[in-house]
Design a protein around this ligand. Structure first.
Ligand SMILES: [Zn+2]
Length: 253
């Protein structure tokens, strides 16, 4: 019987299953899925006749195959879209600091991990996109890289303006700190700053650059900050910072 089924090959894309029914009177074709054809035939009908019937119905089978495949893809897309929304994964990302909107698309591949790459204004997340933790990791890593790309020339510019220097810039994503500066001039900035207003980013950078002169929060330090950023008090206001924090997307939490 197995051999017989093998003989009933239709195409590489479609598997054929033959079911024999004692009391059936004719051959019935049914597509269970886009790639699965089920043939029900009377027990005594010869293989040759079934093959002939298969040939005669080949246009119908091909048509069903295409129609069902389209439907399956659509329902896959809808399912993926719903899953993404349920998982709190973004369809777009708005970066307040540079007023840029980035669209996010997700491409499943057989890769074990996820990666995110920016092409123009579109962030393409590809790989194991059904795994929420892996997608989130890829998004956060990309955000860190992008923050460094955006903030490095920005920091250079402010270093010139404030006549300070720094050795390196790294962007990470701690929960509370916006920035830090080591004695040697290694500056760290929170990549979340991309979601804050540009003026606030200016302030945080000036704050860290002023630590190049004063490694403390002394009166002299704040005097230097005030010199470069006279309105700095509105940026140190915790209430205001909390309001801005609302622009951070839920997937960053
Ligand atoms: Zn400080």
């Amino acid at each position: 019987m197995k051999q017989f089924t093998e003989e009933l090959k239709f195409s590489e894309d479609i598997s054929v299953t033959l079911k024999r029914r004692k009391n059936s009177k004719r051959v019935i074709f049914r597509m269970a899925k886009s790639d699965e054809l089920i043939i029900t035939a009377p027990t005594r009908l010869s293989a040759a006749l079934i093959r002939q019937s298969l040939q005669e119905n080949s246009a119908w089978i091909e048509h069903q195959h295409i129609r069902l495949r389209r439907e399956e893809r659509l329902s896959d897309e809808i399912h993926n879209h719903r899953t993404l929304e349920q998982n709190g994964l973004p369809q777009s990302i708005f970066l307040n600091a540079i007023e840029q909107t980035i669209n996010v698309i997700y491409r499943p591949t057989t890769a074990a991990h996820c990666r995110a790459l920016l092409h123009d204004e579109t962030l393409v997340v590809s790989g194991a996109i059904k795994d929420q933790a892996k997608v989130l990791l890829a998004l956060k890593r990309w955000l860190g890289r992008y923050a460094e790309e955006i903030f490095l020339p920005w920091l250079h510019d402010l270093a010139m303006q404030t006549s300070q220097d720094f050795m390196s810039l790294t962007c990470n994503m701690p929960k509370t700190r916006f920035g830090s500066c080591t004695e040697k001039g290694r500056i760290r900035l929170n990549a979340r700053l991309l979601f804050y207003p540009a003026d606030f980013v200016d302030y945080v950078m000036i704050h860290e650059l002023c630590h190049r002169k004063h490694m403390n929060h002394s009166a002299a330090f704040w005097q230097l900050v005030a010199y470069h950023c006279p309105e700095y008090k509105q940026y140190t206001n915790r209430k205001q910072q909390k309001l801005w924090a609302r622009s951070e997307p839920p997937w960053l939490q």
